[in-house]
Write a protein that binds this ligand. Structure first.
Ligand code: KG4
Ligand code: ZN
Length: 359
């Protein structure tokens, strides 16, 4: 492996949806500090993310979080360190360029480009999904090529990562993303936000038999997936259970529905990944994005590891869901490889839709 001598000190921003996140990353010393502010409380009473409120929250939080990150990083330095963590020490700004909510992306991009103008350093727009793919490299080097399963609130994608910036999408959800299905089912079960994590916790309380929910497209010959039928099955079960138990379902019944849903959703992912591994012969699998924080998923995929011998890697739990450290690390990789396009004000766009294959 090449020895790195040049240091990139990257201040990164992630504002694609309902998390405001800032990170400071050194290409020589790794992550120096990071902060995430989750807007659950803002959106809770509406039962889902309200785009305009998300933008307002990003605007309110982005400067205080940046100051906190700089302070946190400064405190970590040894007393006689010659490293200077003033804004002037930063060599590059990274921000999420897309995909995401337009107003939310614009807040991060505007803040990043203003800093870039004042500090006279480049601002580099990063694809959010590329950030998720490389999040595990915050812990250890990733050897290319590999198969990536990207599972978040907006995406369920199986992608071949041939090289940095070279991606081939093998399959994806044709309707709801798996994280979206977790969120919608959590809402049907009356759980507060964050739905995915709360549904997992509820499911863990059930032991015993499960409802036989569908695993749509599992036997389909393509690597595409579908999760909206599963969500409808949960809705129908909630209606049927209410007829049996009354309007307020007992906790045990809610837990049984949650576990039945989670099992069916993860089985769908499991069989699609298994098929993709067979078709491509990859020996390494990276699973990332918010749903990769699911402990049941990680346990289930141990069987795949045992059966196929494939090496499976995940991001550290705190870097499964949206964060700016992954944006910084993807930016560092691009700088090291010499493949980045935006410099200063050259590319002004943010992209609501931004496929990995467009990179
Ligand atoms: O990557 P992420 O933070 O945002 C997007 O890019 O969409 O992913 C958020 C998604 C949400 O749908 C959330 O329900 C899901 O990840 N999620 C989980 C868990 N933690 C977050 N789903 C299942 N189990 C979890 N523990
Ligand atoms: Zn994400």
């Amino acid at each position: 492996m090449a020895i790195k001598t040049h240091e990139y000190l990257i201040l990164a921003f992630e504002t694609s949806c309902d998390d405001t996140a800032v990170a400071l990353y050194s290409s020589l010393n790794g992550l120096l500090a990071h902060k995430i502010f989750s807007q659950f409380e803002t959106h809770q009473k509406y039962g889902g993310v309200v785009p305009e409120l998300a933008s307002r929250d990003h605007l309110a939080k982005i400067l205080p979080l940046t100051l906190e990150v700089l302070e946190q990083a400064g405190q970590k330095l040894p007393p006689n360190s010659c490293t200077n963590l003033s804004l002037e020490a930063i060599t590059h700004i990274a921000y999420t360029k897309g995909p995401g909510l337009l107003g939310a992306l614009l807040v991060g991009a505007s803040f990043a480009k203003t800093l870039s103008f004042v500090l006279k350093i480049p601002a580099i727009g990063i694809n959010h999904m590329e950030g998720h793919i490389f999040a595990p490299s915050l812990e250890s080097e990733l050897e290319l090529p590999f198969l990536s399963l990207l599972i978040s609130g907006g995406h369920s994608i199986l992608v071949e990562v041939i090289a940095l910036g070279e991606y081939k999408i093998l399959g994806q959800s044709l309707d709801d993303a798996v994280g979206e299905a977790f969120d919608k089912c959590a809402k049907l079960l009356g759980l507060p936000m964050p739905g995915g994590r709360n549904l997992e916790n509820l499911a863990a309380q059930h032991q015993g038999d499960l409802y036989p929910f569908p695993t749509p497209m599992v036997r389909h010959k393509t690597l595409n997936m579908s999760f909206s039928g599963l969500k409808t099955a949960v809705l129908n079960q909630v209606i049927a259970s209410r007829q049996e138990f009354g309007e307020n379902l007992p906790a045990q019944e809610l837990a049984k529905i949650a576990k039945s849903f989670q099992t069916a959703a993860i089985e769908t992912l499991y069989f699609k990944v298994r098929k993709a591994l067979k078709l491509t012969s990859h020996r390494r699998l990276i699973i990332s994005g918010g749903v990769s924080a699911n402990t049941y998923l990680r346990q289930r995929f141990l069987s795949l590891q045992a059966e196929t011998g494939v090496e499976i890697m995940y991001p550290r739990f705190e870097f499964c869901t949206d964060n700016a450290a992954m944006i910084a690390v993807a930016c560092a990789k691009r700088l090291e490889a010499g493949i980045w396009a935006d410099e200063n004000f050259a590319d002004e766009e943010v992209k609501v839709r931004f496929s990995l294959e467009d990179l």
